[in-house]
Design a protein around this ligand. Structure first.
Ligand SMILES: Cc1ncc(COP(=O)(O)O)c(C=O)c1O
Length: 299
């Protein structure tokens, strides 16, 4: 029995892919494992930092129930924060570009959050600027997933140790799609501390590609929590390649995942072509349900 829904965050399954890696990888002794973060209660990897940022800010006396929280979010953090705010009695204002998927907005509203939509052409940069303006006007507190050390700390304390334990220390490569970079920063740091030879690999959309939740940030908007030297390699993936792989994951593996997760798998497979006896772990950031209106999965 769990005392609160909060206690069900984390301890997500690590699952070996059976078919997509193919015979060549099997012959080279490579294992490709997905960590199913869509199994978290609000449905994504962002449940971990959302609860971590609220809990730690509360513990430091920076916020208290009844306060208003403001966040610019591409979706999953908003859903996770809306859930955490509902549980802990905060008002949540979420700012996001108007073109992001309708399911995300509906889910945030279900958790009681207020949503402010910003122009598509302004992207996340516009949403982040507006959040700061509202904070400066005294309208609420920003937890700031892009600059808050409690974001990567959630992965340093949870995701990293779980992967190390579940691979019995055999992991050789860790692949994560990069948005705020909290996942790759925190998990990567923990894994490197256990074994410095573990390769930490980031996946980003290539120029002109749109993959929800991840970005190739312009230098001025690079997340403050991002430390370039904690990542060994950054590889890019196209939207088309990632969407095809999302469909394959569902049809060939029975794993219904989002597009950024599939992008991370594309990168994991590229790495796998060059190595032997490797254990490659990639993050399955969320579930395919969250993309039903986007046309990625045809009717
Ligand atoms: C769908 C999706 N994939 C990947 C990520 C990247 O995770 P992180 O912000 O930890 O880099 C996010 C983060 O918002 C996301 O929503």
């Amino acid at each position: 029995m769990y005392l609160t829904i909060e206690d069900t965050i984390g301890q997500t399954p690590l699952v070996r892919l059976q078919r997509i890696p193919g015979v060549a990888n099997e012959q080279r002794g490579n294992l490709i494992l997905g960590k199913l973060e869509g199994n978290n209660p609000a449905g994504s990897v962002k449940d971990r930092p959302a609860i971590s940022m609220i809990k730690h800010a509360e513990a430091r006396g920076q916020i208290k129930p009844g306060d208003t929280l403001i966040e610019a979010t591409s979706g999953n953090t908003g859903i996770a924060l809306a859930m955490a705010a509902a549980m802990r009695g905060y008002k949540m204002v979420l700012i996001m570009p108007e073109h992001l998927s309708i399911e995300r907005r509906q889910t945030m509203r279900a958790f009681g959050a207020e949503i402010i939509l910003t122009p598509e052409k302004g992207g996340m940069e516009y949403a982040r600027d507006l959040a700061e303006k509202m904070r400066d006007e005294g309208q609420g507190v920003i937890l700031d997933q892009f600059g808050n050390p409690d974001n990567p700390a959630a992965h340093y304390q949870g995701t990293g140790p779980e992967i190390w334990r579940d691979t019995r220390g055999t992991i050789t490569h860790f692949v994560s799609a990069m948005g705020t970079t909290g996942t790759i920063m925190g998990t990567g740091r923990y894994l490197k501390e256990q074994n410095p030879s573990i390769q930490i690999i980031g996946a980003q959309p290539e120029d002109g590609s749109q993959i929800p939740g991840i970005r190739k940030w312009p230098d001025a908007y690079l997340p403050a929590i991002f430390e370039r030297d904690r990542v060994d390699q950054i590889l890019t993936v196209s939207q088309r390649e990632a969407e095809i792989m999302a469909r394959r994951m569902a049809a060939e593996e029975g794993i219904f995942c989002g597009v950024s997760a599939a992008g991370a798998l594309c990168v994991a497979l590229r790495i796998a072509e060059q190595v032997e006896q490797a254990t490659i772990v990639f993050i399955v950031c969320d579930r395919g349900d969250r993309y039903l209106s986007t046309g990625v999965f045809p009717a």
